[in-house]
Write a protein that binds this ligand. Structure first.
Ligand SMILES: [Zn+2]
Length: 678
């Protein structure tokens, strides 16, 4: 499982961008954009619409986007900043080989060389496809998958290095379920017409890639049908998103001989040594998946495996091949699944690629140019204020015993705080990057990343590492490091303002900070102790009370409906919702301690509390395509934005008082259904 608990769905952001210069949109001089509110709607009827309705009415999602609004706009703005760095690096005469400027400049130049990329077609992958064509037996299938992992790719299962959940200071090899081309296992089995249409389009996409690679259409269709059937079998053995959220149920420390016994045909000693691992114990998230995989390796013809491997090789690299491959990939994954109407302009896609590939090289130049040191200092103050308030809140909880309170406060005080950018940067200097071959560059980067990750396994964990690049407009809590992390990218309006009044900052970045802190105490994070170990620190009675309260959160979101009749999955979104509800409550309590929070003095006709809640609603000022909303309901642990506003505020009396919300209003909850956990 991925370790971090994000603030916002990162994957959606990689699709961001817009051709008009958005700088004027992102930098809002008045802190609160009151022109976006809709005062024809009462706050008590629909607070999201009250705060954002006019903006929603007058905003069109750009065709090259799956959504538009706060995060999207800030990220798009950052892309312009990143491009100016990349342009200047790419135009350097004779930069030192292996320097950050040479590497990001040349990677970007190779990615922008669409003439060479068009001319090459499928050729950059031909030797990989030939290697797969030479496989003769099931052992050869696994040899190929390990070869791909060792070169920065990999399919069929999920392999990565990460701390041991029960010994968080030690880095381990993890093997999880994987190998699917659709967003998750449920997409293979749902019988509604939309899901059936997605499967049909997926099969057509598979066939299309084979045709583009030289197959005749009858052969391509046959391959597509057997690949979909094979993936359906992998999906049958896979857990769903909710089952994957249980850290205890997905933790299995196993020796290689023990695994050999349950997965006949898979030689784990051989498999791990091909991955350059020298360990006798690994962590397997879902042993039943590997049991089924072993059986499928025995029963499925080798020819089908070869087709499967070739398809995934092409599909994974399609965004970086010639335009026919780019377009086929876009048509399925972006247009059909996410509702994006047009391809993003090339420089934005490739700027995102450089950020994702050589993040520390680009990131260090980005923070030098665009991240003011004063922002870091202001942020540290805010985080410390929130942490102090959190401590008081825990001490004052009426439902928790003193012994659990002590442990919770110990955990809170042990948080590591990372703000802006890492203390040390990765040294990529040994990676060979040239201006002439994008795919080769990506392979070299993949190889370096693999060796970097393998070198950490079986050793003490380096807790200084970051899981996001500095320009990322997001934040996370990592339970294994017990840390909260805020990249420079999110320390910009409308999340963070250097000069705004406290109501605006506490309602925005304050709620983000509170959200990440609360992840340490959500249904998953609360199972990890202050040292990042998956180890119970609760009394049984307190745990039971916590779960009862968490179930109220699940019920609140289960009853929330989008797109006329589709309910949020309260269990899938439980952790994020607890973080949203708790984060807002903590941010509000911390705000009340500031001079503005105590004063009651109006600014622009708004009370401090009104400004606080409007600022909170403004960070969620986002519009998505219907398809992107639906994809999120099925896959994203975060709730849709309108409910990330309406549900948290509806649990706070302060919100009722600020906007005159009364019994009978849609946003009004009777006391018995309000949730106060933290
Ligand atoms: Zn989160």
């Amino acid at each position: 499982m991925s370790y971090s608990r994000l603030f916002f769905l990162g994957a959606a952001l990689s699709l961001c961008g817009c051709q008009s210069n958005p700088k004027g949109v992102a930098r809002q001089p008045h802190f609160l954009d009151l022109s976006g509110t809709d005062t024809t709607v009462r706050a008590g009827t629909n607070f999201f619409s009250y705060a954002n309705g006019n903006w929603v009415k007058h905003t069109e999602i750009p065709p090259s986007k799956t959504g538009w609004g706060s995060f999207y706009i800030v990220y798009d703005h950052s892309l312009y900043d990143l491009r100016s760095i990349l342009d200047s690096c790419a135009s350097l005469k004779n930069p030192a080989k292996g320097s950050p400027a040479q590497q990001i400049g040349d990677l970007y130049a190779s990615a922008m060389d669409s003439v060479a990329i068009e001319k090459a077609g499928i050729m950059p992958l031909q030797s990989d496809l030939d290697r797969v064509a030479g496989i003769t037996n099931p052992a050869g299938v696994l040899d190929e998958v390990t070869y791909e992992y060792a070169h920065g790719g990999g399919t069929l299962f999920s392999f990565y290095g990460s701390p041991d959940d029960k010994n968080s200071g030690w880095q381990m090899a993890h093997f999880d379920q994987g190998g699917l081309g659709l967003p998750n296992r449920d997409y293979y089995f749902k019988t509604d017409s939309n899901s059936r249409a997605i499967r049909e389009a997926y099969q057509n996409y598979i066939a299309k890639l084979f045709v583009l690679s030289g197959s005749d259409s009858a052969t391509a269709d046959r391959k597509a049908s057997t690949i979909l059937a094979l993936e359906t079998n992998l999906a049958k053995a896979s857990k769903n998103e909710v089952e994957l959220r249980d850290p205890q149920a997905n933790y299995h420390k196993l020796t290689l001989p023990a695994l050999d016994k349950t997965t006949p045909g898979i030689n784990w000693q051989d498999l791990t040594s091909r991955l350059t691992l020298h360990v006798d114990t690994i962590l397997v998230g879902q042993p039943e998946f590997y049991h089924a995989l072993a059986s499928l390796l025995r029963s499925t013809p080798v020819a089908t495996w070869k087709d499967y491997l070739q398809f995934h090789l092409i599909s994974d690299m399609a965004p970086y091949l010639s335009s026919l491959f780019v377009n086929a990939h876009f048509d399925f994954y972006s247009r059909l699944l996410s509702g994006q109407k047009a391809q993003e302009i090339r420089w934005k896609r490739m700027t995102g690629l450089v950020d994702g590939s050589l993040g520390d090289a680009l990131g260090r130049l980005y923070v030098e140019r665009y991240f003011p040191p004063a922002a870091r200092r202001r942020m540290i103050d805010l985080v410390n204020n929130l942490q102090a308030t959190y401590k008081e809140r825990i001490a004052g909880l009426d439902w928790m015993s003193d012994s659990t309170k002590h442990k919770a406060i110990d955990k809170l005080e042990a948080f590591t705080k990372k703000i802006g950018y890492p203390d040390k940067w990765k040294d990529y200097s040994s990676i060979d990057i040239t201006r002439t071959n994008l795919i080769r560059n990506l392979e070299n980067i993949g190889l370096w990343n693999f060796q970097y990750e393998m070198n950490k396994i079986g050793k003490p964990v380096d807790r200084s590492e970051w899981g996001m690049t500095p320009p990322t407009v997001n934040a996370y809590y990592n339970p294994q490091f017990n840390e909260i992390v805020f990249p420079a990218g999110i320390l910009q309006p409308p999340f963070f303002f250097q000069d705004a009044d406290d109501a605006v900052n506490y309602g925005a970045i304050g709620a983000v900070i509170g959200h990440e802190m609360t992840h340490g105490f959500d249904d998953q994070g609360s199972q990890y102790d202050k040292d990042g170990n998956l180890k119970n620190w609760w009394t049984p009675e307190d745990r039971k009370k916590f779960e009862q309260k968490a179930n109220l959160v699940v019920a609140q979101y289960d009853s929330s409906v989008v797109l006329d009749s589709i309910h949020i999955n309260g269990k899938l979104t439980e952790g994020e919702n607890i973080a949203d509800v708790g984060g807002l409550a903590i941010a509000y309590a911390a705000f009340r301690k500031t001079p503005e929070g105590k004063s009651g003095e109006k600014i622009n006709g708004l009370t401090p509390d009104q400004r606080f809640f409007l600022s909170f609603a403004q960070i969620w000022r986002i519009k998505r395509t219907d398809k992107n909303l639906l994809l999120g309901i099925n896959t994203d642990p975060h709730s849709p934005e309108m409910y990330r506003v309406d549900n948290p505020v509806s649990n706070l009396v302060a919100f009722y008082n600020a906007f005159g919300v009364k019994p009978g209003d849609r946003e009004y909850r009777p006391d018995s259904t309000r949730v106060h956990i933290w």
